[in-house]
Design a protein around this ligand. Structure first.
Ligand code: AMP
Length: 281
């Protein structure tokens, strides 16, 4: 595995080593890698000729500075995991390398999706995601971009960014990796106690309950029940549980038995904010 800290050096290398028919696959991450990330690297390895991963904890997507400060850094372990999963290139830029002119001010026309769900609880988050992804995509210019379904809304936002960039990069959305309890793997899970990890799995149970009971008609009863499950389990605060259109993420208050829908949830446990989602049909 070759490590680059500078975008111009990475670009030069990619220019020299690109061959017709050799697909460049890219997995952007914020490090603190776990099996969820590694599943993306493995898929990238299967589907691409060159596997590029980035680790960059992007300050502009944290609306809460304390959350940014607390973000786990495990770089030595990350490097070992990436190497054994078959990564060819690790891009590990500094904040100054990504944002040499300081805090970026550009705005991406993402439409309603940036103000729904995650967007309404984390103002500016998706603009920050696009600011960094725009720069990473320009540096790597991948044929294939691998992202996790775990961050479902983020995937929909990046689809929109690719459209805005008129990019030919193809987005590959890869399934959420879970613990045996059903808890979606996340770098944030490290901050939960053992008991907290058990309780956190209730989020997935609530989403599965919604899936099992979804039928034509109003959806509010399902959401109320899922909220009650989380409250009874001891979650500190529930930001949202939503049944939403799978593309637009606009809430579906009455389901017609046909529209593609996804259930999404965000809730706090032991002061850790957890998110998860499940396709319902
Ligand atoms: P992050 O480091 O949290 O920015 O995540 C980097 C990439 O890994 C994103 O595309 C995430 O959606 C993906 N990812 C994170 N957790 C999981 C998981 N449990 N299963 C699959 N993909 C994941």
């Amino acid at each position: 595995m070759i490590l680059f800290k500078r975008a111009d050096e990475l670009k030069q290398y990619l220019l020299k080593h690109s061959l017709p028919g050799k697909k460049r696959g890219f997995v952007p991450t914020m490090g603190a890698l776990h099996e969820g990330h590694i599943s993306l690297i493995r898929r990238c390895r299967q589907e691409s000729g060159l596997v590029i991963c980035s680790i960059f904890v992007n300050p502009t997507q944290f609306n809460d500075p304390a959350d940014f400060e607390k973000y786990p850094i495990t770089i030595e372990n990350d490097i070992l995991l990436l190497e054994s999963a078959g990564t060819d290139i690790l891009f590990l830029p500094s904040v100054n390398e990504i944002y040499p002119d300081g805090t970026p001010s550009e705005h991406y026309a993402l439409g309603d999706i940036e103000n729904l769900l995650e967007g309404s609880f984390r103002p500016g988050h998706f603009q920050g995601v696009c600011q960094v992804m725009f720069r990473l995509l320009r540096a790597v210019e991948p044929h294939l971009l691998f992202m996790g379904e775990k961050d479902y809304q983020q995937c929909m936002v990046i689809k929109q960014l690719l459209r805005l960039m008129e990019s030919s990069t193809e987005l590959v959305i890869s399934p959420t990796q879970r613990e045996t309890s059903g808890l979606a793997m996340s770098s944030r899970n490290m901050r939960l106690s053992e008991k907290g990890k058990e309780t956190a799995a209730i989020i997935y149970q609530a989403l599965r309950w919604i899936k099992a009971h979804l039928q034509k008609g109003p959806t509010d009863g399902l959401i109320d029940y899922a909220n009650a499950m989380l409250t009874a389990a001891g979650f500190d605060k529930i930001d949202y549980i939503s049944i939403a259109h799978a593309d637009t993420l606009i809430p579906v208050t009455s389901w017609d038995d046909n529209t593609p829908v996804v259930a999404l949830a965000a809730a706090f446990l032991e002061q850790v904010r957890l998110i998860d989602n499940l396709a319902l049909n």
